[in-house]
Design a protein around this ligand. Structure first.
Ligand SMILES: [Cu+2]
Length: 120
């Protein structure tokens, strides 16, 4: 009798603990998995937004030119990690970051426009 009550109590405690762990794990995974889908950089008013973007390794970042003037997205690394063509309004450029690191970039038409992607 006593023993089964103890076991039931233990099981309840265990499943509660596991449940809490499971929930924590789940929300962590969800946020990690959602990040790659929100890796959008908008180019608007001569600005990359966000100017600094942190993404997980393997994420694809898409830049969209929301300005009514052409812009480019060009890596400042040597050799260049990526380089877009000239993007007209609403044109997009995507790049997949398969290695961790910091990737600074700029607009070759307006060199004062800078941004960076941090891949972790
Ligand atoms: Cu530009």
């Amino acid at each position: 009798m006593r023993r089964s009550v103890f076991i039931a109590g233990l099981a309840a405690t265990l499943s509660l603990g596991m449940g809490a762990l499971g929930v924590g794990q789940k929300s962590f995974d969800a946020s990690a998995q959602q990040k790659p889908e929100t890796t959008e950089v908008k180019i608007d008013n001569f600005t990359f937004g966000p100017a600094a973007l942190t993404v997980p390794v393997g994420a694809t970042v898409t830049w969209t030119n929301k300005d009514d003037i052409p812009h480019t997205v060009v890596s400042t690394d040597d050799p260049k990690a990526f380089k877009s063509k000239v993007l007209d309004t609403d044109e997009k450029f995507s790049f997949t970051f398969s290695k961790a690191g910091t990737y600074p970039y700029f607009c070759s038409i307006h060199p004062k426009m800078t941004g960076k992607v941090i891949v972790q």
